[in-house]
Design a protein around this ligand. Structure first.
Ligand code: KG4
Ligand code: ZN
Length: 358
């Protein structure tokens, strides 16, 4: 089964061709990702209108490149998958509409994939991870702990009530004048800073649910920086180290709670899977290793290019759904919000209301 996957929910224009064998194993035939980082850098974050326009300009070319690299023609694929949300709606519309056009013209099934579901299933493509497993997804837009029980069967154990972890890193970097994206820059400064110098809060620590809250941490950091202004290079390093340590402590506390909830309900997970750009952070990754070890499971982290947004994860989720006959109709709408909760569980988004017959 060969599926084309299209990803345009944020600031990556991406397309990939992935094969799913009958035994459930996957193989990436091509995976093209064009990042718009430079377009957004001056603004310290993703500008939705700029993102949507950049997707329109580049998507045809990226798809053609993915098909050419895979050595496939449209009549040789079995389905067309696109991320139908959640994400910046302009970009989602571009990707989903393009997928619909390719599916319609070539008479192929459409797979409207939930972007979070695609992150959740990537470990099955890269590592053949078996259900049930626990997913820690931490990117610029999402922070969630999910029980991944089967294709289309996901239960949210916890999520952020305000900022995502990557967003907190980005805002910290912006505040300290480090640049964008902030995560790697803050990590670099933190490496030679003093994590004990500033007493920052550990929001939500000890709460019985597995939710996160990060906006207070960001405010606390700003107040500390203002107190000692003008800040020196050493201050920046210490602020970054103290911030990163607070995040690490919060991740450890929240994940321990998430794992406890998982085990009470579903037993020991086959793995703790990490996804999203934040998983690139070495200090956070060490913590994830420790948590997995504590509960007697292993940590699975897909390679960085498959942890961050890409077309292969969309194609793979599409292939997993196609194998189960879970195809979507051409009137499937794009979604800015599309929770991957027990209720929403990876089902196809509700069709737009039909105009009343007259
Ligand atoms: O998954 P991703 O590439 O894109 C989406 O947000 O969808 O994640 C990007 C986010 C950014 O907020 C970036 O600052 C963060 O991941 N990030 C990191 C690191 N590398 C990327 N955060 C902390 N430490 C890092 N090394
Ligand atoms: Zn993502």
């Amino acid at each position: 089964m060969i599926v084309l996957g299209i990803e345009t929910t944020c600031d990556e224009t991406a397309a990939a061709v992935v094969e799913r064998q009958d035994n459930g194993k996957g193989r990436i035939l091509s995976n093209i990702v064009l990042s718009q980082t430079t377009e957004h850098a001056a603004f310290g974050g993703v500008v939705p209108e700029i993102a949507a326009r950049a997707h329109v300009e580049m998507l045809d070319y990226i798809i053609a490149k993915a098909m050419a690299e895979a050595g496939k023609k449209f009549n040789e694929i079995d389905g067309v998958a696109a991320a139908a949300g959640p994400g910046l709606i302009g970009g989602v519309i571009v990707g989903l509409t393009t997928a619909k056009a390719i599916a319609l013209v070539n008479e192929k099934p459409l797979l409207a994939v939930n972007h979070l579901e695609a992150h959740a299933l990537t470990a099955r493509l890269t590592d053949g991870t078996l259900f049930p497993y626990c997913l820690f997804l931490a990117s610029g837009g999402h922070t969630q702990i999910l029980a991944v029980l089967g294709v289309g069967n996901y239960v949210k154990l916890g999520s952020t009530v305000d900022d995502a972890i990557g967003e907190a890193f980005d805002k910290t970097a912006k505040l300290l004048g480090l640049g964008y994206p902030g995560g790697p820059l803050v990590e670099k400064e933190a490496a030679s800073g003093n994590p004990q110098r500033f007493a920052l809060p550990r929001p939500m620590a000890g709460k019985p649910n597995a939710d996160f809250s990060l906006s207070g941490l960001k405010t606390a950091l700003r107040l500390e920086a203002e107190k000692i202004a003008p800040i020196s290079d050493e201050d920046v390093r210490d602020l970054c180290a103290s911030f990163q340590q607070a995040i690490v402590d919060v991740v450890a506390d929240r994940l321990r709670t998430g794992m406890k909830l998982f085990r009470e309900r579903y037993g020991t997970p086959t793995a703790l899977v990490a996804a999203g750009g934040v998983a690139a952070n070495q200090t956070i990754r060490k913590t994830l290793h420790r948590i997995a070890f504590e509960v007697g499971t292993v940590l699975v982290v897909p390679p960085p290019e498959l942890c961050t947004d890409n077309g292969a994860m969309i194609a793979w989720a599409g292939a997993e759904r196609l194998a189960l006959g879970l195809t979507d109709t051409l009137d499937t709408p794009p979604h800015a919000r599309w929770p991957l909760s027990a209720e929403g569980a990876g089902r196809q988004p509700a069709a737009a209301p039909k105009p009343a017959a007259s």
